[in-house]
Write a protein that binds this ligand. Sequence first.
Ligand SMILES: *[C@@H]1O[C@H](CO)[C@@H](O)[C@H](O)[C@H]1NC(C)=O
Ligand SMILES: *[C@@H]1O[C@H](CO)[C@@H](O)[C@H](O)[C@H]1NC(C)=O
Ligand SMILES: *[C@@H]1O[C@H](CO)[C@@H](O)[C@H](O)[C@H]1NC(C)=O
Length: 386
Amino acid sequence: MPRSSYYLLALLLSFITTFLWFSSNTRTATTTPILSLYSSCSCPPGSETDATPSSPASNPSSSLPKDITVASPSPVPLHPPAEPPQSYYLPYTPSKQLSRLPFPSKLWQKAGPNGIDEDRQKDIKSWHTHNPSLRHEIFTDGNAERYVLDQFAKFPDIIDTYQDLQVPILKADFLRQLILYADGGVWSDLDVTCNTPIDSWIPRKFKNQTNLVVGLEFDGNQFASWTVMAKPKTNHIAAAIEYIMDALEYSAEEANTTISGLTMKTISDVVAVTGPQAMTQAILRSISVELGETVTGENVSNLHEPTLLHDVLVLPNAAFAAMQAGFPEDQGPYLVEHHYAGSWKNDHGGESSPNSPIEQDHLHEEKAEGESDQGGVKSEIREDDE
Ligand SMILES: *[C@@H]1O[C@H](CO)[C@@H](O)[C@H](O)[C@H]1NC(C)=O
Ligand SMILES: *[C@@H]1O[C@H](CO)[C@@H](O)[C@H](O)[C@H]1NC(C)=O
Ligand SMILES: *[C@@H]1O[C@H](CO)[C@@H](O)[C@H](O)[C@H]1NC(C)=O
């Protein structure tokens, strides 16, 4: 596929995503003001249709220390769960306190069941070359589950959701947020090349104020989720986790199934439910809460240099997604490069075991778009680039 048609495809997809998001948001806009993020519902069972935020006095979280804020994001759901279990609510470290701490010098990645091929090995090497002191961990399905069990032992709903998810891309999307919350550092999909040392990503003037770094995938619309850098326990990533949990529950309800019953067919839009659009919406909302004013895509559009929104540094389109932006020359350096080698847009939502004949067939039809941690499958786009 020639590069130009790829741009058109990306543009079209971004348009569709935006449209879907807008239409789903207008449905709920009247009942879920953006700043309701930190309200909590403790309605009696069965009252989900007229759910209203409870008063602070009856809020089970009001006895928590002040820095442990209860968050109940309202993403797509028209019918939020009547009784959100308290374990949804993740404690976070106040941003001022976090600002004094460095970003963990650690890279997190995950391999699919087919392992890591030569192209991905080259990508991995690029991180080591540019960041010789970087610690690095590559998860497998097995030890990623162990990690989630250990890190979120106090949050059984998070563990249940992670274990229930059957579609690889949904699990992979969720996992990166869990890691960024629990440990922080850099998450990167395997099909990403590092072009510059991570230490150089944050301009000096923002160094002591930044707790989360995201790069635009689509200007004014969506942050990339293939590479994200965070300090541990930010409210923003806590918000992303909660957003995804709610969106999954809502998707399951819509499809008359459970979270474990969700498939690529029953889920409306992976990008908006667990993927980069979900992350983007959650982060914009948590920034809005911090700033006490509504921050939208407009505030991250037409960026030519890194922009700090509260403690979130938003990098211009060129930084993480130069190709998507048409290789702009007025937006600063291209920090990482995403190769779209992922295989998640098949019926199965990612790699299954190497011996599955059905899966193999789908992989060959695959035209990859979006993020994935799945290595090992060359897309047409990838071959085109070589
Ligand atoms: C952060 O750094 C800037 C510029 O280097 C400085 O003006 C500011 O006072 C610092 N802020 C804190 C909280 O240390
Ligand atoms: C949902 O699934 C249940 C159990 O399979 C079934 O009884 C019910 O009719 C379904 N409802 C809808 C709206 O599809
Ligand atoms: C966000 O954009 C709006 C509209 O352009 C502007 O009024 C507001 O000041 C911006 N907020 C921030 C935090 O930059």
